[in-house]
Design a protein around this ligand. Structure first.
Ligand SMILES: Cc1cc2nc3c(=O)[nH]c(=O)nc-3n(C[C@H](O)[C@H](O)[C@H](O)COP(=O)(O)O)c2cc1C
Length: 168
């Protein structure tokens, strides 16, 4: 599959079947995050695979739809690159790139995903006993799409025109 076809195939999924995600596919998806670029190659990430009880523990802290699996992307803020002149911390940027790599890897495997930023950080840390120095940034909800469910948001095809996006 050429790259733009894969990019077009990836779309946020908000209704999943209960089919479990194979461990081999999860490994491929995690490897995509491992290979993602990060500022200064500092790789300030920790990935938590959420399935079973841990996934249930996360559901009250983030709206994960009915995904049968998820990957929580945390950063160590003191290990992320900080731009010297304005103290901008690039942890969230690194997490976002990793999560997008995973979403594209999932699409290449005919899995679907939704990136979740709406997370109750402190509640999630407590519920999953995430170490103090880890900062939950994003979650990738993962699974097989329920093709019978209506996509109520239908946002995938609502993109700005390239002429609006690209500066003259
Ligand atoms: C950083 C980030 C955070 C997001 N957080 C949420 C979220 O909390 N809940 C949700 O349903 N979708 C979330 N999304 C998915 C976006 O709504 C979605 O990508 C956008 O509407 C475009 O649709 P598409 O992914 O189908 O192309 C998030 C996406 C990104 C990139």
């Amino acid at each position: 599959m050429d790259f733009l076809t894969l990019v077009k195939k990836r779309r946020s999924c908000r209704a999943f079947t209960d089919q479990t995600v194979e461990q081999a596919d999860l490994q491929t998806i995690l490897t995509a995050a491992q290979l993602a670029p990060s500022a200064c190659n500092l790789q300030p990430l920790k990935l938590h695979v959420l399935q079973g009880e841990r996934l249930e523990g996360a559901r009250s802290c983030a709206w994960l739809y009915n995904a049968p699996a998820a990957v929580l992307v945390c950063t160590y803020d003191d290990k992320a690159w900080v731009r010297r002149h304005d103290q901008e911390n690039f942890g969230l940027a690194d997490a976002a790139i990793a999560v997008d790599h995973m979403a594209l890897a999932a699409a290449s495997l005919d899995l679907s995903a939704c990136i979740i930023g709406a997370i109750k950080i402190n509640e999630l840390k407590t519920s999953l006993q995430i170490p103090e120095d880890e900062h939950p940034q994003l979650i990738l909800a993962l699974g097989y799409p329920d093709e019978t469910a209506e996509d109520k948001l239908q946002l995938h095809d609502k993109r700005k025109a390239l002429s609006e996006l690209v500066a003259d």
